[in-house]
Design a protein around this ligand. Structure first.
Ligand code: SAH
Ligand code: SF4
Length: 377
């Protein structure tokens, strides 16, 4: 099968077209067709010479990924999408629409802490797409449906972009959060290529600040991201106030310590001038005690960070529980009393299982995707 056009950068397309004896600006024209006009074939690119259209059609795949299923929730304000990657693989994306809301309510997706922080207080239209970067995930977090599925493969840049493009055909996407299936920094090159097209003028032309990368804490990736010269937001998933518990929850956390993550976050803030968010999935009786909140506060004190508490979203077979509302509030209050800015994510899309990896898990359970998707781990 030919390669997908969007696996290539604008530079690469310009070079290629030059090799074909075409003016370089043809690359921008092609990008505009795909990103602005939603073109899904070269034939649609009517301001290109017919011979070039034929050559592009021969060399590249431009088609979007087929939809396996799409589910609505929150009165239509949340859409969860499952796209067919071929070969028995599937990937999830979620769209959340934020309408003008005079109520300064913190809204965010079932697992997207950054997506709707109180920044939308009185905000204008805001459409956030939560994207996946891998089929499954190798990090194995015990509370995460994706982690429990194991790792199948990395997504290509075009497959990450396809998730946003699907929704961008319906309305303008203002924000993208890398909080779907997979660990974005473990698929760094594809993630970065996708981001470059998202923020490119001839691509999706999004604000850099509209993009947030969430990581389980891969240090080299955090440092690399800090050096990209982009104003992209960063969320670091901590989940515990001490390293031993963190390693139990994230078995692959290995030798990376919370202190190292806080230090890498500090560097990110210094280099990029952007606040970092620490995500903390609250699990009853595991990491939700007020005393643990106090210890967490001690460890992250003094840096321009924000904690986003995510009450555990029950995933099949994990045997963990979500803390009561009171307990969640108590944890939040402890952090605030220690001077840490902390919010609790209000869920969206719960009834469509918007937590990462859950739609795919559900659909697989119904036997709609070949079992080959499940990997050996
Ligand atoms: N791999 C990256 C990004 C995808 S996960 C990361 O781990 O940060 C995005 C967020 O969802 C993470 O903060 C993760 O801890 C959280 N999450 C995953 N499963 C969850 C669940 N069942 N309940 C609550 N939060 C969950
Ligand atoms: Fe992977 Fe993130 Fe899920 Fe952990 S929480 S298994 S890193 S997707």
């Amino acid at each position: 099968m030919p390669q997908h056009l969007l696996d290539h950068s604008l530079d690469e397309l310009e070079t290629l077209f030059a090799e074909w004896g075409e003016p370089r600006f043809r690359a921008r024209q092609v990008a505009q067709w795909v990103f602005n006009h939603g073109a899904t074939s070269a034939e649609e690119m009517t301001n290109l010479p017919a011979a070039l259209r034929a050559r592009i059609a021969e060399a590249f795949d431009i088609a979007p990924l087929p939809v396996i299923t799409s589910r609505l929730a929150d009165d239509g304000a949340t859409t969860k999408l499952l796209l067919d990657l071929g070969g028995g693989d599937a990937v999830e994306a979620v769209r959340m629409d934020y309408d003008p809301d005079p109520n300064p309510l913190t809204l965010s997706p079932a697992k997207g802490p950054e997506a709707g922080r109180s920044a939308n207080a009185g905000a204008h239209d805001r459409t956030t797409v939560c994207v996946s970067t891998q089929v499954g995930c190798a990090m194995g977090c015990v509370f995460c449906a994706t982690g429990q599925q194991g790792f199948t493969r990395n997504l290509r840049p075009s497959e990450i972009l396809a998730q946003v493009l699907h929704f961008a055909r319906e309305r303008r996407v203002t924000n993208v959060v890398f909080m779907g299936m997979g660990e974005p920094l473990a698929n760094y090159a594809s993630m970065m290529r996708a981001i470059r097209w998202m923020v490119a003028e001839d691509g999706l032309n999004m604000r850099q600040r509209g993009i947030t990368v969430s990581t389980v804490g891969l240090l080299p990736g955090i440092r690399r991201l800090a050096d990209e010269g982009l104003q992209v937001g960063l969320t670091v998933s901590l989940h515990a106030p001490d390293d031993e518990l963190r390693r139990q929850l994230i078995p692959t956390a290995g030798g990376v310590t919370i202190d190292q993550l806080v230090e890498a976050s500090r560097e990110y803030i210094e280099k990029r001038g952007r606040r970092v968010t620490f995500a903390y999935a609250l699990l009853e009786g595991v990491n939700d005690a007020p005393e643990q909140a106090r210890r967490l506060a001690q460890r992250i004190r003094g840096i321009q960070a924000h904690v986003n508490l995510i009450p555990y979203n029950p995933t099949a077979g994990a045997g963990l529980r979500r803390p009561s509302r009171d307990r969640v509030r108590a944890f939040q209050r402890e952090l605030q009393a220690a001077g840490i800015n902390a919010t609790v994510r209000i869920e969206r899309g719960v009834e469509i299982a918007a937590a990462c990896g859950q739609l795919r898990t559900d659909v697989m359970a119904q036997g709609r995707i070949p079992l080959a998707v499940r990997t050996s781990r």
